[in-house]
Write a protein that binds this ligand. Structure first.
Ligand SMILES: [Mg+2]
Length: 211
């Protein structure tokens, strides 16, 4: 079972639908500890991604990386706030290591690690600071630990870890990003970027077609 450009396109369609469904919840999380724009920003960005993909016919030799690069440039130009450059950089770095027709398990691990590296290079956050890194880091770690599995199993392990990582941000006090201005009052709220990361990775799994 391998993942190809058609999978990457299905991933983005499903991500856009899931983020549209979660728009109000993400905005409410961001209202509690940020500036209440995360849901709206991501909904706008991923709608634009789907529109861009639909307007860009897939060549027969389309690579996964070509799809992810299109995603990156679209997110960077349409998503405001901190999350646009962070997600944009994540997809741009992921695109660089996926310039091939099919991803095997090591390539899926490389995709996740490259995305994480892009986010940490751009945002300078580390685990425990109540940011999207608290979902991406455990996701990349879990993927690497599941390297004996199928591509779907590797992705599923990453998605489960991202979900748990997002939930685990609730008690944390933010020390990076806008939520850090709240200090101790940021505790008791889930980080919206960590939650949107979990949603994004869940749809990566859902987009895998069963053989
Ligand atoms: Mg915000």
């Amino acid at each position: 079972m391998t993942l190809d450009a058609a999978w990457a396109r299905r991933w983005m369609t499903q991500a856009a639908a899931a983020l549209a469904d979660a728009k109000d919840d993400l905005t409410e999380l961001d209202r509690q500890i940020g500036d209440a724009d995360h849901g709206v920003n991501l909904d706008r960005g991923f709608r634009a991604v789907v529109a861009k993909l639909e307007a860009t016919p897939a060549p027969d030799d389309e690579t996964v990386g070509a799809v992810l690069k299109l995603v990156a440039t679209t997110l960077m130009s349409t998503v405001g706030g901190a999350s646009g450059p962070l997600y944009g950089t994540a997809f741009l770095r992921a695109a660089r290591v996926t310039d091939r027709a099919h991803l095997d398990p090591p390539a899926v691990i490389a995709l996740l690690e490259a995305a994480l590296e892009g986010i940490t290079a751009r945002g300078h956050a580390t685990v425990g600071e109540k940011t999207m890194v608290d979902a991406w880091q455990p996701a990349a770690d879990a993927a690497a630990a599941a390297d004996e599995g199928t591509t779907r199993e590797v992705l599923a392990a990453a998605a489960r870890a991202a979900d748990a990582g997002a939930t685990a941000t609730i008690p944390l006090v933010a020390t990076k990003g806008r939520a850090s201005y709240l200090g101790e009052r940021s505790a008791g709220h889930e980080d919206p970027g960590a939650r949107s990361t979990a949603i994004l990775l869940a749809t990566a799994v859902a987009a895998v077609e069963e053989p």
